[in-house]
Design a protein. Structure first.
Length: 309
């Protein structure tokens, strides 16, 4: 079975943890211990988040004032290499030496006319005081939004249109390689008027990119791994219920919040609709049961309405 796993940011750096290499490696090791369980008999592609890592690089860049900070596409490429290195090493320590791995820098095309460019919403980088905001807007042309009692830069989050490295990913899978790619939603790129490709200041949603990746790879299963066992209705309330299975139309109608479960639900629904295959939202700790069809929220065109646990 060909499986695409979208690792949530919690698999790399948990909220409140120090942003150290040691903390990230520890979390990657825990994630890889789960992933290693489903390697036998399956073709595997791993995508991952990179929000905390890009934020850290932005903070480090801001501290060095001799040169302008590196643009987001370059920071995204850096994090793909860093995180892929850790996943390769930790998973390689658990699997036979003969099992090959490859981490691919992944460029993803977005539409320059995407409405997201007119309404930046994705917070990135450090927080700023009110006194710093006016200077940043005047000097850099950034969009700034409130973040608690501080402010942060916000950038567009356009939808992914095409994954340029899809052919080498397919070739590697056909040659029994575990592939790590599309980290952080991939590196956002556009064509200019001269048909020259270049990076852009934006962040692509990791789950939406993973769904597109799974679709273009003709995957049998998309696993959106997060820190909860399933998608829930009435989350955090006494009436909360875990969703066991759902048709995409019925699941989308529940109206999940854009800042939390919403993108994961949309990604799962997109993949199920476009391919007729199954997407599952669930906990990485349940990965074996998810692959066996026994855990998580399964999204499929074969379902009728919504079934709860």
């Amino acid at each position: 079975m060909r499986i695409v796993i979208a690792l949530g940011g919690n698999a790399l750096l948990r909220r409140g943890e120090p942003m150290t290499a040691e903390a990230q490696r520890t979390n990657v090791r825990v994630a890889c211990e789960q992933i290693a369980r489903i390697v036998p008999g399956n073709e595997l592609v791993i995508a991952h988040g990179n929000g905390p890592q890009v934020g850290l690089l932005a903070l480090q860049g801001a501290a060095y004032t001799e040169v302008s900070p590196y643009p987001l596409d370059v920071l995204g490429a850096q994090t793909e290499g860093m995180i892929g290195y850790m996943i390769e090493q930790e998973l390689g320590n658990l699997l036979p030496f003969e099992k090959p791995f490859a981490t691919l820098l992944t460029q993803v095309e977005v539409d320059p006319q995407d409405p997201a460019f007119q309404e930046p919403t994705k917070p990135i980088g450090p927080v700023y005081s009110r006194e710093e905001v006016d200077c940043l807007v005047a000097e850099k042309g950034w969009s700034i939004a409130p973040d608690g009692d501080k402010f942060r830069r916000v950038v567009p989050s356009p939808k992914p249109q095409r994954i340029f490295e899809i052919r080498p990913v397919k070739w590697l899978l056909e040659n029994d390689t575990i592939v790590i790619c599309a980290g952080g939603g991939g590196i956002p790129t556009i064509y200019d008027d001269q048909r020259r490709l270049h990076g852009i200041e934006a962040v692509i949603d990791k789950d939406l990119c993973s769904a597109l990746l799974a679709e273009q790879l003709e995957a049998d299963l998309l696993v959106i791994a997060t820190d909860v066992e399933a998608a829930f209705v009435d989350w955090g309330q006494p009436s909360q219920r875990a969703i066991a299975a759902a048709h995409p139309d019925a699941l989308e109608a529940l109206g999940f919040a854009a800042g939390s479960m919403g993108p994961k639900v949309q990604a799962a629904c997109n993949f199920a609709r476009h391919t007729g295959q199954v997407a599952v939202i669930g906990s990485l700790a349940d990965i074996e049961a998810i692959v066996q069809g026994e855990a998580g929220t399964r999204v499929s065109l074969d379902e009728s309405g919504i079934a709860y646990r």
